[in-house]
Design a protein around this ligand. Structure first.
Ligand code: CO8
Length: 372
């Protein structure tokens, strides 16, 4: 069965934070910390903290701005996290709410009603709880049929979920699938950590996948081929998890939030991405020049530029590998889907595009798409 992507959706959170605002709050925290610890710093027992800077952030990452679901608390140097009130079990949870918003747009673009979907996969870096699955809550909220489940592969959650959805359609366990990536990254950012306080933003994306013969829209992309790869690394890690409460002395330590060895990630992951894409393209008898566009994972502008340069050389127009990092920051699994959603309407029948993710795990995913 030929599987197609027949609709995409994007939900952009209501609140914006510029680099300047984030840096101002971080630097206020640094002043407070250094003043409170002045004695220990002088005696050499505690290291003084250094200021962050907007110039560094933009140069090192390409990020200028990010969206968040809840701004309250993030910029308060005494709080430094989003203050997200817990909802009752009877209310739609926040992650389901943003997933529903993105899914409705994707359904609309695919000319489908929710009841025509028979599988919902919620695929993202973190789910708000383990059970009942976010996907099943969204199934109820939208009124989709069949079944739903959650999966987590950090930044590669969307590409790996596209593979899972394609397989479900190919083997007959579903006919139409919603893949939803509701990323509330702000809840896992350590806004007191100079190396990573700027990296992430919140967003939700969604894709509809279905058998081509069922598609109600003319605007569809055939999934020609996919490839996934993982290789264990501690260089991007969060120790947040269900066992945390079992060691109260460690439950609130900084390792329960996102942390990384950014330089090591850069050095180790890039060659893996090159090799992965080389092998995938060779297997399909394609060259990088075959693609009208690369919808790449949006973690870091320099990393993306290296990938683009390796594939296409120096002379590459921005349209060939669009960047959404500047506006959205790193949105974990959703980045490449945002790029696809915003920059695919100019494709003509036969045009090829490459959707690719890379990140924690390590994990790499690539999907070759062709406009039908
Ligand atoms: N302001 C000013 N200066 C700074 C700052 C700052 N905020 N931070 C660091 N510096 C300084 C450092 O102290 C250092 O100074 P010195 O040279 O004197 O030691 C200098 O700037 C250079 O620091 P770095 O070596 O850290 O800087 P890099 O140029 O390597 O850039 C990056 C840092 C941006 C982190 C870069 O290494 C990078 O992007 N690496 C790739 C990382 C990556 O792509 N990771 C993927 C993460 S996303 C993912 O996998 C998803 C996880 C799941 C989602 C989580 C949701 C929360």
């Amino acid at each position: 069965k030929q599987v197609v992507i027949s609709g995409s959706g994007l939900f952009t959170p209501p609140h914006s934070i510029s680099n300047a605002a984030l840096v101002e709050s971080f630097n206020a925290y640094v002043d407070i910390f250094n003043l409170e610890n002045a004695g220990s710093i002088e005696q050499g027992h505690v290291a003084a903290l250094s200021y962050s800077s907007s110039e560094f952030i933009e140069k090192a990452s390409g990020i200028k701005h990010r969206y968040v679901m809840v701004k309250e608390g993030i910029l308060d140097p005494e709080v430094m996290m989003p203050l997200i009130p817990e909802r009752s079990s009877d209310e739609l949870s926040m992650q389901a709410e943003i997933g529903v918003e993105a899914a409705l747009m994707a359904l609309n673009n695919a000319n489908l009603k929710a009841e025509q979907i028979d599988l919902v996969i919620v695929a993202c870096a973190y789910t708000q709880r383990a059970y009942p699955a976010m996907a099943i809550e969204i199934q109820r909220a939208l009124g989709t049929r069949g079944y739903g489940y959650d999966m987590q592969v950090a930044c590669s959650s969307a590409t790996f979920a596209i593979v899972a959805a394609t397989n479900a359609i190919a083997t007959g366990s579903a006919s139409r699938v919603l893949v939803i990536n509701p990323e509330i990254c702000s809840a896992q950012v350590n806004y007191r950590d100079r190396d990573s306080h700027f990296i992430f933003g919140d967003v939700a994306t969604a894709l509809v996948l279905e058998e081509q013969s069922l598609a109600q829209s003319d605007n569809v992309f055939k999934i020609l081929s996919s490839r996934c790869f993982t290789d264990y690394s501690n260089n991007i890690r969060s120790n947040f998890g269900f066992l945390n409460r079992c060691d109260p002395s460690a439950a609130h330590q900084a390792d329960k939030l996102f942390h990384q060895q950014g330089r090591k990630v850069f050095k180790e992951l890039l060659p893996m991405i090159y090799q992965h894409l080389d092998e995938h393209l060779a297997e399909q008898a394609l060259t990088p020049q075959s693609f009208k566009r690369l919808w790449l994972h949006q973690a870091n502008i320099n990393m993306n530029q290296f990938v683009v340069k390796k594939l296409l050389g120096d002379d590459v127009s921005p349209e060939q590998a669009p960047v959404v990092l500047d506006e959205y920051a790193n949105t974990a699994s959703a980045g490449s889907v945002i790029a696809f959603h915003k920059y695919s309407s100019d494709f003509k029948a036969g045009d090829l595009g490459l959707l690719s993710s890379f990140g924690a795990g390590y994990s790499i995913g690539s999907i070759i798409l062709q406009k039908s």
